[in-house]
Write a protein of this length. Structure first.
Length: 325
């Protein structure tokens, strides 16, 4: 897409202000809420919101509500990203250093709170997760989505208690589970051993940088992980990178909901994801999305029944399909 002269001037005018340049630099790292940017920039929320509106109106950034909060990210439009990249490349290397140090502090606080939560709840993880959705329904649907196998290699990112590995491990020649919580990994090891699986490797690892070879797994699972993350799109891109030709990525998470208390009580950052959002990320990562499977509430009398779980899946074209395309 090309821009008219007026559109070009509007975009440059929107970016051409010190605070708005700082905002673009911050959003180049990850999506952020108004509250987070206000803290990092040390400016009032109304003032930051005015800058964000100008950047949004120009098409340089995107605004998306998530429950009671609003988040912002760089535009997905190619022209906007090229313009932003050019502007940021021209900035001095030390420009925005203080902002990014403050952003690192915000990230560290988030990570510490999440780590503390997961270490605390690890012994009761499966029970807590079942408060929100029927695990038996999810597991039955998962078997239908992934098929009978066999799989050469299964990778479970954010494996938690290892439940996904115990479900599909018998269909796999070998499996790998990654998690940042050592307590969770210990529980996963016990569960995997109890299930009689001996070809499972459990590693301390980061979903954003797995250090696993690209296109090396024919099944990659991301189960109830994305809603904890500051940059779910980046995590999904890393998961997609691991999918081998002919392989499949399966993402299981909540559909959009309004339970704000989950942010404070259970460290949820995002209140679910839409089909369009997940499918868009899958396409950007080079995969072909398949039809999502929604598991709606079973019982309107309980909190857990008011949350819908969706299973999204996508495939990477096989080598034969690539050659004939």
């Amino acid at each position: 897409m090309t821009l008219s002269a007026d559109q070009t001037v509007e975009a440059l005018s929107a970016a051409g202000e010190p605070t708005r340049l700082r905002i673009l630099s911050l959003l180049a790292g990850e999506e952020l809420s108004v509250m987070e940017m206000s803290r990092i920039l040390n400016q009032s929320q109304p003032r930051v919101s005015r800058h964000l509106k100008l950047l949004t109106d120009s098409g340089l950034i995107e605004r998306f509500p998530d429950g009671a909060r609003v988040y912002y990210r760089l535009s997905h439009e190619g022209w906007a990203r090229r313009l932003i990249d050019t502007i940021l490349d021209l900035l001095a290397d030390d420009a925005g250093e203080a902002d990014h140090r403050q952003l690192d502090t915000v990230r560290e606080e988030r990570q510490a709170a999440a780590a503390s939560y997961f270490e605390r709840v690890a012994p009761e993880w499966d029970r807590l997760r079942s408060l929100y959705v029927s695990e038996s329904a999810v597991e039955a649907a998962l078997h239908s989505v992934v098929g009978p196998g066999p799989f050469e290699r299964v990778v479970d990112l954010g494996t938690g208690s290892g439940r996904m590995l115990t479900l599909v491990g018998k269909k796999a020649r070998m499996s790998i589970g990654l998690d940042l919580s050592q307590n969770m990994l210990n529980i996963a090891r016990a569960n995997v051993s109890r299930a009689g699986l001996d070809k499972v490797e459990l590693r301390h690892g980061d979903i954003f940088a797995t250090r696993l070879p690209g296109e090396s797994a024919d099944l990659v699972i991301v189960h109830q992980v994305l809603h904890y993350l500051a940059d779910p799109a980046a995590a999904l891109a890393e998961a997609a990178r691991l999918v081998a030709p002919g392989g499949r990525l399966v993402v299981i998470d909540f559909a959009p909901h309004q339970f704000e208390h989950l942010r404070d009580d259970h460290q949820h950052r995002r209140l679910g994801f839409s089909d369009t959002e997940i499918a868009g990320w899958m396409v950007e990562a080079g995969l072909t999305p398949l039809a999502p499977v929604a598991l709606p509430p079973e019982d309107h009398g309980a909190e857990r029944a008011r949350l819908t779980v969706t299973i999204w899946s996508a495939v990477r074209a096989s080598e034969a399909a690539r050659k004939t395309a």
